[in-house]
Structures are given as structure tokens and as C-alpha cells.
Design a protein around this ligand. Structure first.
Ligand SMILES: [Zn+2]
Ligand SMILES: [Zn+2]
Length: 145
């Protein structure tokens, strides 16, 4: 699988609509929304406390809400709220030198992000970008994955 750079003009327009854990559980929130769309929800752990973290589903936006207190520089551990599997991957954040976490997308793609609060390192891996964009555009200005 290769990483595809997302064109600047698509940042904030690609929306994760079907994010899952490696076991296939949906990571989309039923009750929290950002910009009118379901948030991505993950379970987080920090210094013995755990809680839920809600992320803006639009790629390139870094808005979040959490029910535990998070401060800039905190490094969280990220899990599936359903099965508690770790979402940590082998890929490292090249700014923090720690492993990133990932949300799986349909068709083998992945959104990867750094677990350091305030670090904006993230990337999107898509298989067959052109094909997916063609399929996802369908007369919409916002793309759902
Ligand atoms: Zn799961
Ligand atoms: Zn980082």
C-alpha cells in the first residue's frame, strides 16, 4: 500500500464516514457531531484515566472534544470503544518519534494521526485514489469515505 498525498483543495472536504477498528467495529459516534456530521469516536487512556475522544470527521481538521482533560503535549493511548483493541500502528510520527494510531477506512485505506495532543501530524492512505475520488464525488462537494 502506498501513501497518497491529498491535494490541498481537498483538505477539510474529505470526510470519514465509515471509520472502523481493525476488528471492523464502527468508530462513528451516534450522538456527537462536528459540522453536522457524526464524529469519529475512540477510547483514550492517559495516566491511568480513560475516557472518550471525539474527532472532527473532516480530514485536515483538528477539532476534538473529550470527556477527560487533555493538555497540549499529552500523549494518549487510543483504543476501540467496542473491543478495546489498540489502534496504535507501526508508523511513527516523524515530529514526536512515537507510533501513530489509525482508523481503518473501507477498501483498505487508513487515516493515521499522532497521539500527541497538539501535534498535527496526520496522513491519509488510500488505495486507488483516483478510483475512490471518482466514486465518492458523485455530485457532492464533500467526499465521504
Ligand atoms: Zn473494535
Ligand atoms: Zn506527533
Amino acid at each position: 500500500m502506498m501513501t497518497t498525498q491529498i491535494p490541498e483543495n481537498l483538505v477539510g472536504r474529505i470526510r470519514v464516514g465509515n471509520g472502523t477498528c481493525p476488528a471492523g467495529h464502527s468508530l462513528m459516534s451516534e450522538n456527537r457531531k462536528f459540522d453536522g456530521e457524526p464524529a469519529i469516536v475512540v477510547k483514550v487512556r492517559l495516566a491511568g484515566h480513560s475516557g472518550m475522544l471525539y474527532l472532527n470527521p473532516f480530514y485536515g481538521k483538528f477539532e476534538y472534544e473529550s470527556d477527560i482533560s487533555l493538555n497540549k503535549g499529552d500523549v494518549i493511548e487510543v483504543f476501540c470503544p467496542e473491543c478495546n483493541v489498540s489502534l496504535t500502528i507501526d508508523e511513527q510520527c516523524n515530529l514526536c518519534n512515537i507510533p501513530m494510531f489509525a482508523v481503518n477506512l473501507p477498501d483498505g485505506g487508513q487515516v493515521e494521526a499522532c497521539p500527541t495532543i497538539g501535534c498535527q501530524k496526520h496522513s491519509l492512505r488510500i488505495v486507488n485514489l483516483d478510483e475512490q475520488l471518482d466514486r465518492m464525488y458523485v455530485g457532492e462537494t464533500k467526499i465521504q469515505m
